[in-house]
Design a protein around this ligand. Structure first.
Ligand SMILES: Cc1cc2nc3c(=O)[nH]c(=O)nc-3n(C[C@H](O)[C@H](O)[C@H](O)COP(=O)(O)O)c2cc1C
Length: 385
């Protein structure tokens, strides 16, 4: 009874899930098993597919469907390249390779050869999601074209956009997206900003969520820095309809992260994270290490996304194989190490048990708070007239 009071809201009812808990997409580190495990538990598992070809995306969807009959989300990046990616040439490539050359040599790896840019098209990737009629289509870095959103509605595909500012949340809502992730500064991975520069869109979750809740009428999902019961309860108190957690699930045994990466997230080193464009060309958060410091150094030239990503990946693969965690991107948010998640269903089980009682009280309190707030807003408007 207590559980039903807090967990069933306008979002969970629309999604058809038991709990307002989303395992965030982990582009490059998602796994079909983790996605399905979270969905089977009654949350919403997500798979980050932005780096995959259309045929690989189709295979991933089929495998997730073989592991769960519950709703799950497939996630893409609306914008797949930055300005300058097409015109960037061999000399730019060599200048950006410079700071990595000593690390490659230390690992005994030859430098990557220059390859001209090969674009990935969001529209082609989205086509697969539409044809497969995935239950939920979540995205970051913008608003999909109207035809794609129309087709989602026609095919009963629930859409979730990502906002790093209230203006982005309003834009997503105006274009008819069904729900919005409010992604605070603490979050691991990329800042999905699309209206202003990511560097100017760095509000923390505690301030961002209520601002977005006050601004739009569609469901809001709080993300960034949430890793345990305290975080979930705080998000509910801020008015969020659900939470999305990434870093904590990245540390679980079923994520696509390597053992070296998972170990780093669980270690004391994870207490220090930073933002960098050096890993991919776009601003993102990871654990501070030698590679991040080297690439954040003044004067280092970073290629536009996704060229920098390909360059660093070459080093990362070798560093990972050699167990050299100082020389690979260690994606993680500020919540890294707050709690440990070894097995996702076990983690979720104890999370739900811990939050159920207080969450029910908070959900009730929040309803009253919203009611009072809208009455006082109406009063202000009437008094002003
Ligand atoms: C390694 C990693 C990869 C991520 N990839 C994506 C992605 O492809 N698309 C997306 O919408 N969010 C992505 N995220 C964001 C998460 O889904 C989630 O919103 C975020 O991690 C929540 O903040 P937290 O890390 O503090 O839990 C990624 C996060 C991490 C740590």
């Amino acid at each position: 009874m207590e559980t039903a009071l807090w967990s069933q809201n306008r979002l969970t009812r629309k999604l058809g899930v038991e709990y307002p808990i989303i395992q965030g997409p982990l582009g490059g580190f998602s796994s079909q098993r983790l996605t399905a495990a979270v969905s089977n538990f009654g949350g919403l598992g997500s798979f980050g597919a932005h780096g995959l070809t259309t045929s690989a995306i189709k295979e991933v969807i089929a495998e997730i469907r073989s592991l769960t009959s519950r709703p799950f989300a497939m996630n893409l990046w609306v914008s797949t390249e930055d300005r300058g990616a097409r015109s960037s040439g061999k000399s730019e490539f060599e200048r950006s390779l410079g700071p990595l050359a000593a690390h490659l040599a230390a690992l005994g790896v030859t430098s990557p050869a220059y390859k001209p840019f090969a674009p990935i098209r969001f529209e082609d990737q989205a086509r697969v999601l539409l044809d497969e009629r995935v239950p939920v289509f979540s995205f970051i870095y913008g608003v999909p074209p109207a035809e794609i959103l129309d087709e989602c509605r026609a095919r009963n595909i629930f859409t979730i956009g990502t906002a790093t500012t209230p203006d982005e949340a309003a834009a997503l809502s105006d274009f008819g997206v069904d729900a919005v992730v409010a992604s605070g500064f603490e979050a691991g991975g990329h800042r999905g900003s699309f209206l202003r520069a990511a560097e100017d869109s760095l509000t923390g979750t505690l301030s961002l969520v209520p601002r977005i809740v006050d601004r739009i009428d569609i469901p809001v999902i709080a993300a960034g820095g949430i890793a345990d019961a305290r975080g979930v309860l705080a998000a509910i108190a801020l008015g969020a309809d659900a939470v999305q957690m990434g870093t904590v699930f990245l540390s679980s045994k079923d994520s696509g992260a390597s053992a070296v990466h998972r170990e780093a997230i669980r270690s004391g080193r994870a207490a220090s994270t930073g933002l960098t464009k050096g890993f991919t060309g776009r601003l993102a958060r990871g654990i501070r290490n030698r590679l991040m410091d080297d690439l954040n150094a003044e004067g280092v030239e970073i290629l536009p996304y996704p060229l920098q990503r390909a360059l660093v990946r070459h080093l990362a693969i070798a560093a990972e194989a050699a167990g050299q965690s100082e020389l690979m991107p260690l994606w993680a948010g500020q919540s890294a190490g707050i709690t440990v998640c070894q097995d996702a269903p076990e983690f979720l089980e104890s999370l739900v048990a811990e939050i159920s009682g207080p969450a029910a009280l908070l959900a009730r309190w929040n309803k009253n708070f919203r009611q009072k707030r809208s009455e006082s807003k109406e009063k202000i408007i009437t008094d002003e007239k």
